[in-house]
Design a protein around this ligand. Structure first.
Ligand code: DX5
Ligand code: ZN
Length: 212
């Protein structure tokens, strides 16, 4: 699997050092929070330009924001490779997917734990990535919610039955044990925050997570 470390739980006072400590990861997960869609507020598109100075990883932007339509261009211009918005944050998911792809960026859609996965059915033919939240969005360090497993299984079956090629990414409470569980039901990408940043040998942990 691909491991996308989330630096939400890192030490922002030494951000460059923290990002360099996970330089073996192919992807980097940006948790963008606006204080409205979720109660916490983190950073905006400007951080992509800063990190791009010393990272050539795949920039995987998770927008936990209201009105994502108004902001996706900023992320595209700032170097995002994937822009993932929340199904619950817009009335026009299909139009937003098309807009992100028109910016030559891969389009992702995310659903919260309480949202039924079948709401995505009509979008699966166009989407590049589905992000299944295995915690309530808004902060790191929470416990994995097993309800995510059936959603991953459902998407994996839909993908196989229809020849779709979207990626399945899982986000929240991932460690060696839950990484194995989500891999076994079809996940391709795992977002890992606190499990990596709470330890020192981060690149080794990333390698192990990629090969669970
Ligand atoms: C939560 C974020 C997740 C979180 C993952 O709103 O979307 O990416 O940072 O952190 P851990 O791995 O600590 O659950
Ligand atoms: Zn995230």
């Amino acid at each position: 699997m691909i491991c996308a470390p989330s630096f939400l739980s890192s030490n922002f006072s030494k951000l460059k050092e923290e990002i360099l400590s996970i330089d073996q990861a192919k992807w980097l997960h940006f948790d963008v929070m606006d204080g409205k869609f979720v109660s916490n507020e983190t950073y905006n598109h400007r951080i992509l330009k800063e990190i791009k100075q010393y990272s050539n990883q795949v920039f995987d932007c998770h927008l936990m924001i209201e009105d994502p339509e108004k902001h996706v261009e900023d992320y595209a211009i700032s170097g995002a490779n994937f822009i993932t918005f929340h199904y619950e944050a817009t009335e026009h998911s299909d139009a937003l997917i098309k807009k992100i792809k028109s910016l030559n960026v891969k389009a992702g859609i995310s659903i919260k734990p309480d949202t039924e996965v079948s709401v995505l059915n009509e979008l699966l033919k166009d989407i590049d990535l589905v992000l299944i939240m295995s915690v309530e969005p808004g902060k790191g360090g929470q416990k994995f919610m097993p309800c995510a497993l059936d959603k991953i299984k459902y998407l994996n079956n839909k993908r196989k039955d229809n020849g779709f090629d979207f990626l399945i990414e899982v986000d929240g409470g991932i460690d060696f044990e839950t990484a194995k569980k989500v891999k076994d039901v079809g996940a391709d990408v795992i977002v890992v925050g606190s499990f990596i940043f709470n330890q020192e040998n981060r690149n080794e942990i990333i390698k192990e997570l990629e090969n669970v």
